[in-house]
Design a protein around this ligand. Structure first.
Ligand code: CS2
Length: 477
């Protein structure tokens, strides 16, 4: 089978780099790059992407070996019809790691064609890190890296306002654009950058709040042989995703003009206020994902589809959505039910293997953003605690023990989170473990032991789960 590169794929065009993209990979490659490819094909956008791989996981090397090319496989059922589509994505020019070549990274800021920065660095990615004390060496945090790049651009173009960029973050946190701008400004202050730079960020640089929606499980390891056979290429970066897509962006009209997605027939909505879209999607879809993960995983299930189709886990997640999440939202019941039913259908996409463990990445910050608001709102509105959402929180605690039923659980979170859980599990009783975790304001943004009844409810759910575990160990033993 032939290697995939520009020669073998007969790609002759070169486009100017208009977009810099920060993120680990799958989502941006399965969503944003697909959109840019369609813009290139259907409009006069004519722009390429430079990918920044902040975690230096090596994907950037694979991408460069393939000259930035890879295939996107879209598969799913839409309105009762099976959709199956392969597309060679050609908009990526190059990828680089700022840890390997920091100067080359900063020089990207000097490119006059550059217009957009798009990011997806998970819910924990947009955060100020005082440990980034300057930009002489590569800052660790994403906003630190971005500030260094923006400052290079600012000095190179002597603060020209027409060279300011549009920043479009895709992280699923509230007001992602405003948050990112504030974090960049925090770095400007921390690094004592000049006031005219601060003015350029505040007045000329556009930070958009956005909301994205597409399920992108990424590399299809289970069916890759088959896919490569049908593509006729050895492609090590195939991305698989569902056909559904929605991108809601709060931006001035100039951005909609420069990013002409409507002309390309895409579901990208430029709106004044994306709050209703965000609340609906993050609480229902992402909330269900994150609620489901520890519960289903401890039950021995491994993918979203398996979990939704399992009698027990399926019923659990349906009840969590319809009885505990939807009642906390203010949109019309009809619209919410419709959205939730569609989500359940998307979760059952027969073509996609969405690993629970991939959603489990950074589950604590995900629970805080996606599920905790429903827990607190439910309590406020009904005076009761949402039993299923708290069952999931108890399962999350157990999940973070890193071992269940004699089997290790591969945890993927920040060292701070992992250390805190390790310390909490050293406590002498489950009650104390629950207390220690729930009181951790770094995790939840608030002390959850102060919510009446919450710690007791989580402890009781934890006891149940541990009883089941003990029964299983006896059974297996
Ligand atoms: C998922 C999301 O991995 C995760 O945390 O919940 O990536 C989810 O698939 C997308 O947000 C769907 O739009």
């Amino acid at each position: 089978m032939q290697q995939l590169n520009r020669t073998t794929a007969q790609i002759t065009h070169t486009r100017p780099t208009k977009v810099i993209q920060f993120g680990e990979g799958n989502f941006l490659r399965g969503f944003v790059d697909w959109i840019i490819d369609l813009l290139n094909e259907k409009t006069d956008f004519n722009g390429a992407v430079e990918i920044i791989q902040p975690l230096d996981k090596g994907i950037y090397q694979l991408l460069n070996q393939q000259d930035g090319l890879y295939h996107l496989v879209l598969e799913g059922i839409q309105e009762g019809q099976t959709v199956q589509e392969n597309r060679l994505i050609t908009c990526v020019n190059h990828a680089l790691s700022p840890y390997r070549d920091y100067e080359q990274y900063l020089q990207l800021g000097e490119n006059p064609d550059l217009e957009f920065v798009i990011s997806n660095t998970t819910e924990a990615g947009i955060a100020f890190d005082p440990a980034d004390t300057g930009f002489e060496t590569t800052p660790n945090s994403f906003p630190g890296k971005l500030t260094a790049l923006l400052y290079r651009r600012f000095t190179h173009f002597a603060g020209a306002s027409d060279k300011a960029l549009t920043i479009i973050p895709c992280e699923l946190i509230e007001k992602n654009g405003e948050n990112l701008r504030d974090t960049v400004l925090q770095f400007a202050e921390h690094w004592h950058l000049p006031a005219d730079f601060v003015g350029w960020i505040q007045n000329d640089t556009i930070f958009c709040n956005t909301l994205v929606d597409r399920i992108v499980p990424g590399f299809p390891k289970d069916t890759i042989q088959e896919i490569q056979q049908s593509l006729g290429f050895e492609d090590n970066l195939v991305v698989k995703a569902e056909p559904f897509h929605l991108w809601v962006i709060e931006a001035p009209a100039s951005v909609a003009k420069a990013f002409p997605t409507e002309k390309a027939g895409l579901q990208v909505k430029f709106v004044e206020d994306l709050t209703p879209y965000r609340t609906r999607k993050v609480r229902i879809l992402n909330g269900a994902h994150t609620t489901l993960v520890p519960v289903a995983y401890l039950q021995g299930l491994r993918t979203v589809r398996e979990a939704v189709e399992d009698e027990k886990a399926g019923q659990f997640i349906r009840e969590a959505i319809f009885e505990e999440i939807i009642p906390t939202l203010d949109l019309s019941a009809e619209e919410l039910n419709q959205f939730a039913n569609d989500v359940m259908e998307r979760f059952q996409n027969p073509f996609i293997r969405h690993e629970l463990l991939s959603i489990a990445l950074n589950s604590v910050s995900k629970y805080k953003v996606r599920v905790l608001p429903s827990v607190l709102e439910f309590q406020k509105r009904t005076g009761q605690l949402p039993q299923r959402l708290l069952h999931s929180l108890a399962a999350l605690l157990l999940f973070y023990k890193g071992e269940y039923n004699g089997e290790p659980i591969p945890l993927n979170d920040t060292p701070e989170v992992l250390d805190s859980f390790a310390a909490a599990w050293q406590k002498s009783s489950p009650e104390e473990t629950v207390q220690a975790v729930l009181a951790n304001q770094e995790f939840w943004g608030t002390n959850l032991t102060q919510v009446p009844g919450l710690a007791a409810a989580v402890t009781s759910e934890l006891h149940q789960l541990q009883k089941q575990e003990a029964a299983k160990v006896v059974q297996n033993g």
